[in-house]
Design a protein around this ligand. Sequence first.
Ligand code: HEM
Length: 299
Amino acid sequence: MRGDIEALVKEVVTEFAASKGSEGDLIRGVGMPIPLTIMCWLLGTPVSDIEKFRQWVLPMAEAVSAVDGRMGDVTAQAYKSFGEYFWPHVKTRAALIESGAEAPDDMLTRLLTVERDGQKLTQEDVMGFCQFLMVAGSATTTLLIGNVMGRIIDDPALAARLIADPSLIEIAVEESLRIDAPVHGLFRTNDEPVCMQGVDIPVDSKVLALFGSANLDPNVWENPEEFSLERDPVQLRKHFAFGVGIHYCLGAPLARMEAQLAVQEMLARLPNVQSNGERHLVKAAVLKGFEVLPVKWGN
Ligand code: HEM
């Protein structure tokens, strides 16, 4: 997908650079449209519908850490709207495949046709995965793009280094993943009793694995709270921002590519991009990053 993504990033940043008054919200203008458009490509929905998805993604992400396991009205409505949109979409595609007609060659078709030991996924499974993927594949990468750009905007010396040597952008994205892990933590239910660091965790406890905290562990990282381009690239990629073990993020290469291309294009087109007012953090407790990141550029 690299060629298509490069073209998309150029288009999105060009449009953003043409914003009235040479100012705008970097999240709304760049961070959101890139991953959301790619999700539309994967899930076979019209790109014009990203406006709808934009409104559902963050409230759905907030459900992961809902207080008392209860969703607020906005989150419940987002799930409902998502279901009303996606259920007919999945059914229509399944019917198309069933009819023997040529179906689009995207991830949705693959999910509906893939077999293991002669078994296919049910339409409910596919629907659930689309919902998961819409959040996992877009909100996270939006945050990553905002987090790296936030660091660059706040540090002119860092910006100057990356502009002079764009090959360092890859390290900057990796260091951002470490220091500002977009998925700060996720819950687990242990299916057997565990003793960790002398603490007994009875079976069926809810535990919160804090990837973001592990990434700041002073026993592992030198000056963990310092954003540095000098870290050994091989060691740096061992951060936990994409999880660990069997559930390691399937979208890590895609997220890395999107963020690297977005930062590269932003710095090439808007080298003097600056902060422009109050930033708002996302409310979902397990996520870290900006919901609004106002910037300006020009002379
Ligand atoms: C910066 C962006 C991203 C971050 C920080 C991130 C983070 C994570 C983390 C921490 C997990 C582990 C979940 C767990 O252990 O329970 C995970 C899993 C997953 N992610 Fe990502 N993700 C990102 C982008 C993406 C993208 C772009 C996609 C797909 C388009 C994606 C798809 C998935 C999937 C399918 C899983 C589940 C893997 C499994 O359970 O086997 N992610 N991600």
